[in-house]
Design a protein around this ligand. Structure first.
Ligand code: MRU
Length: 358
């Protein structure tokens, strides 16, 4: 069964409510930028590429909602919509990438009637959504080549179809490897505190009968020491120009362990996750989320009332711990600033071969 993370139905964006998985499969319908921003904030939709696609639809919905208004009112509603979406979550750069793309399209047709502008923006959101699936399939194929014919792959968080418009990035590599006939089994960290591994990755892989075993985050080192992990593949929320990678909290710990055990640590991410304006990972804004996420889960509280809590949602893995960055434009082995500059130039040339930057 193919997971449908986002879908356009009856003039609305429907988002698979990831807060309810795996117990319940239900969709939340959004009709405005405000509703999409709220869905992003509350993790109805999550994962860097999916956040970007949802935000693009948020801009289109805002335009459709205000299409009958005079231009000045339409323009002001659009600015307000862009602002509320921009403020929804800070770390995944795909959000800002998608909003910039929508803003740029709007700039080319500003003088047209609002209804025509809205249709153009909707077409752009559909294009961003379709492109995301294609890009993931391409990077998945590039990454699959790196995995041995038989491999036990550890992953952290959810960088799957649920985190994208389809196929996934880290899980895209796994899906593509399986499609190539490789024998892949997955070890998934539960991913405290929101449990994207236990709730989402486990569910997503089970839908397709890809062998998956759940462990707690603290078991990863032991499993590596036991020789039970051949490779680590994770996604990313933002990659800096030097190759430093922000991803779900706990990723850094996995990277250090992989290095200690000489296990390849791969990061799969589309170019829309690269932030060329940031010199290093130190400049990546790290979202601090609600302490409630650490104090317990759902309605259940296990920590004492009044305890101080720290809840950074992401961490930064230095480039030196990354064996390869897997993108739709090629694979960058042992990434550094120079190789990433080559990747950037290559992508701007519009060349679509899968080179290895080594
Ligand atoms: O807080 P989340 O669930 O949005 O965090 C998601 C991750 O960290 C993913 O690994 C990342 O966005 C890559 S998704 C292809």
């Amino acid at each position: 069964m193919m997971v449908e993370t986002l879908r356009w139905r009856e003039h609305r964006l429907e988002l698979l409510d990831q807060r309810l998985l795996p117990a319940t499969v239900a969709y939340v319908a959004c009709s405005s930028a405000e509703e999409v921003a709220q869905a992003i904030k509350t993790l109805v939709v999550r994962g860097a590429p999916a956040i970007g696609v949802a935000a693009a639809y948020g801009v289109a919905l805002q335009a459709l909602q205000h299409a009958a208004q005079p231009r000045a009112r339409f323009t002001s509603a659009m600015h307000q919509g862009l602002q509320v979406l921009t403020a929804s979550r800070p770390t995944a750069v795909n959000l800002f990438w998608a909003l910039n793309r929508m803003r740029a399209l709007w700039a080319t047709c500003e003088t047209e009637a609002p209804a025509a502008v809205a249709q153009r923006l909707l077409a752009e959101a559909h294009a961003i959504c379709a492109e995301d699936v294609r890009v993931n399939q391409t990077l998945g194929a590039h990454g699959a080549v790196l995995l041995p014919q038989e491999a036990r792959v550890l992953t952290h968080c959810n960088a799957g179809a649920l985190a994208t418009a389809g196929h996934g990035t880290a899980l895209g590599v796994i899906r593509s490897a399986v499609a190539m006939g490789k024998k892949i089994s997955v070890l998934v960290d539960e991913t405290r505190p929101v449990l994207q591994g236990a709730r989402l990755t486990a569910w997503e892989l089970m839908q397709e009968a890809i062998p998956v075993t759940l462990i707690t985050d603290s078991m990863a080192g032991h499993m590596m020491a036991q020789g039970a992990v051949d490779a680590v593949v994770v996604g990313a929320d933002r990659v800096a120009a030097n190759g430093d990678v922000a991803n779900k909290i706990g990723t850094y710990m996995v990277a250090v362990l992989a290095h200690r055990h000489e296990i390849p640590f791969y990061v799969a991410a589309p170019l829309s996750t690269f932030d060329w304006s940031l010199d290093s990972g130190a400049a990546i804004p790290i979202e601090e989320r609600n302490p409630e996420e650490v104090l317990g889960f759902g309605a259940y509280r296990w920590a004492p009332a009044g305890i101080a809590v720290c809840n950074p949602a992401f961490d930064v893995t230095p480039a030196e711990l990354v064996s390869a960055l897997i993108t739709e434009q090629g694979v960058v082995m042992a990434p550094d600033r120079t190789k990433l500059a080559a990747l950037k130039n290559h992508s701007q040339c519009g060349i679509h071969s899968p080179p290895i930057f080594d």
